[in-house]
Design a protein around this ligand. Structure first.
Ligand SMILES: C[S@@+](CC[C@H](N)C(=O)[O-])C[C@H]1O[C@@H](n2cnc3c(N)ncnc32)[C@H](O)[C@@H]1O
Length: 343
């Protein structure tokens, strides 16, 4: 069992293989014991009343999610990505709470399950609207600030502030970075064309200002107030993004059927099982091998299974015991079937 606090130690049932951990618990009780995540995949209530404790109307979702969203903010790192799955209206109602806790909107991915999702299931005379075949997965990153000698500043302002503090003309940022004009134009501008300086550029600007700038007690561009930043430290100041060419924000993929769908003789074992391919896409886009993924609302723990298959560490909670057992068996089977591949 991973870093379980004394208070909760006895109560938690857990299953784990390699780097994947599933716990039978309320996620809210576990965040403080899990290692900080590089990526959180939230697939919790949609306001449909489908599983125990799920609100039956979307208007209750913001209140339901608020403590979780606050805890994710508290335990995340500057480079944490959050993928928030929901219905369109559920997300719209919850978005203000996400914003309030420093989660910055990046993009809304639409999962289009295709017309087969409603075929034969929809009485066109009575629904009085278009049949819904979508869910959304909205990507957020942290709204980070950095400390300066006049208080915390958003990163864009901080970079400009630190350069100006050195007393050097802005045009010399180009000399610092060894470029003709791109550094001043991209990294020190106030406008919307600002770029997050790549690690080598930030480190070069820091060295330049500390060598040629006015004498100061607080080194220029220092993240801890004492030393110059390393490339690695600067890289971890924003969320990861691994780009796949040709992938847009509309993901066309049917709901899970066939061999991947977990079933019993009576039907599907969980109403909301997500395709492993979509979870894998989210994890690959926002993490690297060895990184930590959180899946607070496990269900059958599709994100955790995907994470294990591509060499990430995963921490999942599922508070309904029957689902927890099913997810644990699923993880076991995945390990048996993929012995050679799963980390
Ligand atoms: C939408 S389902 C997740 C489905 C999952 N993505 C999959 O592919 O199987 C949400 C799950 O979260 C669980 N849940 C709800 N509130 C929870 C909480 N506070 N802590 C842990 N699990 C919770 C529910 O029992 C439900 O199984």
């Amino acid at each position: 069992m991973i870093g379980v606090s004394k208070k909760t130690k006895k109560k938690i049932q857990s299953a784990g293989k390699g780097g994947a951990h599933i716990e039978c618990a309320d996620a809210a009780d576990r965040y403080g014991d899990w290692p900080a995540p590089t990526c959180i995949i939230s697939d919790g209530p949609y306001g449909l009343g489908k599983f125990p404790g799920e609100p039956s109307v979307p208007s209750e979702l913001a209140t339901w999610y608020a403590p979780h969203i606050a805890a994710w903010a508290e335990h995340s790192r500057p480079d944490t990505t959050l993928w928030f799955w929901c219905t369109e209206i559920g997300w719209a109602l919850t978005h203000p709470v996400l914003e309030l806790h420093g989660w910055e909107y990046q993009e809304c991915v639409v999962w289009d399950k295709g017309v087969a999702h409603i075929a034969g299931n929809c009485n066109s005379k009575t629904i009085r609207g278009t049949p819904v075949v979508t869910e959304v997965a909205v990507r957020y990153t942290r709204r980070n600030t950095l400390v300066s000698d006049s208080g915390p500043l958003p990163i864009k302002e901080w970079v400009r502030y630190e350069w100006q503090r050195s007393g050097l003309p802005m045009r010399l940022a180009n000399e610092a970075c060894g470029v003709k004009n791109a550094a001043t134009r991209k990294y020190l501008t106030k406008c919307h064309l600002w770029y997050f300086p790549p690690p080598e550029a930030l480190v070069a600007m820091a060295k330049y200002c500390n060598t040629h700038g006015a004498a100061t007690k607080r080194p220029y561009f220092s993240l801890d107030g004492k030393s110059l930043p390393t490339e690695e430290e600067w890289r971890s100041m924003r969320a990861k993004w691994n780009h796949t060419h040709g992938v847009t924000n509309v993901w066309r993929s049917p709901a899970v059927h066939g061999k991947e769908r977990m079933k019993s003789a009576d039907g599907y074992l969980h109403a909301c099982q997500k395709p492993l391919a979509l979870m894998t896409r989210q994890i690959e886009a926002s993490t690297d091998p060895g990184d930590v993924i959180w899946e607070p609302f496990g269900g059958l723990c599709s994100a955790t299974v995907s994470a294990a298959l591509i060499g990430r560490r995963a921490f999942a909670a599922e508070n309904h015991k029957p689902y927890f057992k099913l997810a644990s068996e699923r993880l076991d089977n995945v390990f048996k079937e993929n012995k050679k591949h799963v980390a």
